[in-house]
Design a protein around this ligand. Structure first.
Ligand SMILES: Nc1ncnc2c1ncn2[C@@H]1O[C@H](COP(=O)(O)OP(=O)(O)OP(=O)(O)O)[C@@H](O)[C@H]1O
Length: 336
């Protein structure tokens, strides 16, 4: 009988790939860890049963001694599974000034390299090995920062990007131990990333110390419960995103100086929608994510108007003139 963990991983991958047409190239983002190794093996198995071609991309961030050997070992494991592997060395240094430090820089370099590799291979999809445990940790970390629904919705199981590339997380419904068991069942030896046990990282402390305490005190199933919360909030966030798409064109005016939103329309919407519209406008026009405090201050220009002056925001300012709230870029302000 097929090992249950292996069967579960294969089923998850088959389901996730169901919408990917035959003839497509699918890339697995392969770190060499248990999650992505089990994922790669299941994708290779799927390719033997239908007309898709699997490649793997291993990113060498060049941040640890021997990272090139780790990447090469992962590529060799992929080749042994019948997958076309590539290794991409990235320069994390040039992103390090980005908010979030080295970890965030490594992440953005990794996703950029994955996007480029997918474009070079004309791939239809990239598979990522995030599991239910990763999702639960993301939700807990978000709660600890006071994040809103969009962040607490965690990672989507499937996302179509602006280039038509699918980013799929087939293992998001499976526990991490299942991917380990699936590797064991196939005699695959995953790489153990030392970062995964380095308790200077808050995610590691959540994984190693906080989730076990919650499970001991509140009963097992906490990780699943947190992942369910993420799923429900994802539905809510998607509904809000659709509502914003439907309303936004009617209530904004574009100008050379920036963008303006009708104060009356903002005031007429419930806070959940009003605050999202404000954040959406600033994010899409200036590429900046407003904090809750900044968002509420802008909202007061609509709902609590007492002639207050312009509000300084990252990259732009907001000011009410007549019935409109104008968002103006900083360089535009200097020029005028
Ligand atoms: N060096 C790498 N090369 C290729 N893929 C990688 C690499 N590191 C991570 N991945 C992909 O990302 C998945 C999640 O890995 P990990 O949890 O370490 O990253 P993360 O930083 O949490 O990811 P994210 O930034 O997307 O939240 C892996 O299962 C794998 O698919």
């Amino acid at each position: 009988m097929l090992d249950p963990a292996l069967a579960a991983v294969r089923l998850a991958v088959r389901t996730s790939l169901a919408d990917v047409p035959d003839g497509s190239v699918v890339l697995v983002a392969l770190s060499g860890g248990a999650d992505s190794l089990a994922l790669a093996a299941a994708a290779a198995h799927e390719a033997r049963t239908r007309g898709i071609r699997i490649g793997s991309v291993t990113i060498d961030h060049g941040l640890q001694d021997g990272s090139d050997a780790v990447a090469l070992a992962a590529a060799k494991q992929a080749a042994a599974l019948g997958i076309d592997p590539i290794v991409v060395r990235v320069d994390v240094g040039k992103d390090v000034s980005a908010a979030g430090g080295l970890e965030a820089a490594a992440r953005s370099a990794r996703y950029r390299a994955l996007r480029d590799a997918a474009s070079d291979a004309r791939a239809a999809a990239v598979l990522l090995g995030h599991t239910l445990d990763d999702q639960a940790e993301t939700v807990l970390l978000g709660l600890a920062r006071g994040a809103g629904a969009t962040s607490l919705a965690g990672m989507p199981p499937a996302r179509l990007d602006e280039n038509g590339l699918r980013w799929l997380r087939p293992l998001l419904g499976l526990r991490r131990r299942t991917t380990r068991d699936a590797c064991t069942a196939q005699c695959l030896a995953p790489w153990d990333d030392p970062h995964n046990v380095d308790d200077r990282f808050s995610r590691v402390r959540v994984r190693e110390r906080i989730l076990p305490v919650l499970e001991a005190e509140l009963g097992p199933g906490i990780a699943e419960a947190l992942a369910r919360t993420a799923e429900q909030l994802r539905e809510d966030s998607e509904a809000f995103a659709e509502m914003i798409d439907e309303t936004i064109e009617d209530i904004v005016e574009h100008s050379e100086a920036g963008i303006a939103v009708s104060a009356a329309a903002l005031a007429a919407n419930p806070p959940a929608l009003r605050n999202r519209i404000i954040r959406h406008v600033v994010q899409s026009e200036f590429g900046v994510a407003l904090t809750r405090v900044q968002t509420l201050e802008v909202a007061r220009l609509a709902i609590d108007w007492a002639g207050q002056g312009p509000i300084d925001l990252p990259s732009c300012s907001a000011a009410r003139r007549g019935g409109l709230i104008h968002f103006t870029a900083r360089d535009q302000q200097r020029a005028t």
